[in-house]
Design a binder for this molecule. Structure first.
Ligand SMILES: Cc1ncc(COP(=O)(O)O)c(C=O)c1O
Length: 420
């Protein structure tokens, strides 16, 4: 039984009557803002408090909260401010509801979902919790974000397992699935216990073919005893909420993501999904606990519950619009942007043109100026919010999403044309 729920039962003098009490907790009805029309993209955009004078092509970096999420946060915050201890006891089921909403989105079981504060926290729990030893190897790539690289370095220092990096493509723009999978397959060795990759590279916009990589890992595992099998572990943050797929179809073993980027969930929230939990030991004591792995791996302590519990509304908002429609909207604008940028002299599009090898992130290079200058000028002269890739190669980076429009993409192409 989870710590918060047990305390609730004791407080109410109902220890042992968990099922009855759970049955008394009214399921929260789905909240939909009055006047919100999920089929209408203008109505979707109107749910966000984003500055209307800006074109928000960096909104994926850290989410703004749409109205149903803001309302849920405000409601929980008011309750917590008024009577914190009691409000927490009264809402002991809220975390289960978040895990159920996440499971519905991923098409999986809540038992396989641990709630975290960020992608980074999930990666830390994952790579610190894996039972690795000297003589084993972690295979990773040259394209991952700092959070993966650093979590693996720490795991290696503690366990003695070595880290090896493979380059999956030389030029992101011409990357192709066969080459990526072949390079990774060739790098998996008999001592490889972890394959650590990133679904969508935030430095180039390349989307890895995770299902095909999963197949290559499965081939390498054939005939190996369970304790020696390689686990495919994914930083999924820039595919989650942007790509229309069930988690089972990715064929990975673990996926860590924030829910505060493309999903537009509460800032400071995320999840770790897994299907090989016995390979992992928990690091932080949980306060949750129906005994399932997802609960056991959910770090305990009291949280900023107004944010954590409002993740449910973020999933409901996404579901009301449609996972497939959102992915299609992102693809449509990203393709439009890549095609428009490719037609400008002095602009080199870094992200693959293929929608199968990219998601929402679009990176490019200008011959006339560096990326930080381009970002500053786009903001100052064109009211366009873009970002710079946080890697050694500084590219100009855009992220079309449900808060941008095709007309704004045309504006952006014209603005970049003026800088190039
Ligand atoms: C690939 C990738 N992983 C992880 C992160 C960090 O995500 P979080 O804030 O959810 O830890 C980022 C950027 O913020 C990223 O680009």
């Amino acid at each position: 039984m989870d710590v918060l729920r047990r305390r609730s039962l004791l407080t109410a003098g109902l220890a042992g009557a968990g099922a009855a009490l759970a049955g008394c907790s009214p399921a929260r009805p789905e909240r939909r803002a009055a006047g919100f029309a999920p089929d209408d993209w203008d109505s979707v955009r109107a749910q966000f408090p984003l500055d209307p004078d800006l074109v928000h092509l960096a909104a994926f970096v850290l989410a703004a909260h749409p109205k149903p999420v803001r309302d849920a946060i405000d409601g929980h915050r008011a309750g917590l401010d008024a009577d914190p201890e009691h409000y927490v006891q009264e809402h002991h089921q809220a975390e289960d509801e978040v895990r159920q909403a996440a499971a519905t989105y991923l098409v999986t079981e809540p038992a396989n979902i641990a709630l975290t504060d960020s992608t980074t926290m999930g990666l830390g729990l994952l790579y610190s919790g894996l039972n690795l030893s000297a003589g084993q190897e972690i295979l990773t790539t040259e394209h991952d974000f700092y959070a993966t690289t650093e979590a693996l370095r720490l795991a290696s220092e503690r366990t003695g397992a070595t880290v090896r990096r493979v380059r999956l493509y030389d030029d992101p723009a011409t990357a192709n699935e066969t080459e990526i999978v072949d390079r990774l397959r060739a790098a998996i060795g008999p001592r490889t216990r972890v394959v650590a990759v990133t679904w969508v590279h935030s430095g180039t916009g390349v989307r890895l073919p995770i299902p095909a990589i999963g197949e290559a890992v499965a081939e390498a595992n054939a005939g190996r005893p369970a304790a020696d099998r390689a686990l495919l572990c994914v930083d999924g943050v820039h595919g989650f909420g942007a790509v229309d797929t069930d988690i089972g179809d990715l064929r990975c073993d673990f996926l860590s993501t924030g829910t505060h980027k493309w999903l537009f969930g509460p800032r400071g929230t995320g999840l770790l999904w897994g299907r090989q939990w016995d390979a992992l030991a928990p690091i932080i004591p949980t306060f949750s606990g129906d005994g399932s792995p997802g609960a056991t791996f959910t770090p305990g302590g009291y949280h900023s519950f107004e944010h954590r519990w409002a993740v449910r509304e973020a999933f409901e908002f996404h579901a009301a619009i449609g996972r497939d429609r959102i992915a299609a909207r992102i693809t449509e604008q990203a393709t439009q942007l890549k095609e428009g940028l490719a037609g400008i002299d002095g602009v080199r599009v870094v992200t693959p043109a293929s929608a199968d090898l990219s998601a929402g992130i679009v990176c490019c290079d200008l011959s006339t100026m560096d990326a930080p200058t381009a970002v500053a000028r786009l903001r100052a002269e064109h009211r366009i919010a873009a970002s710079v890739t946080p890697y050694a190669e500084l590219y100009l980076r855009f992220g079309p999403s449900i808060v941008t429009t095709p007309a704004q993409i045309d504006e952006t192409i014209a603005a970049v044309g003026k800088l190039a």
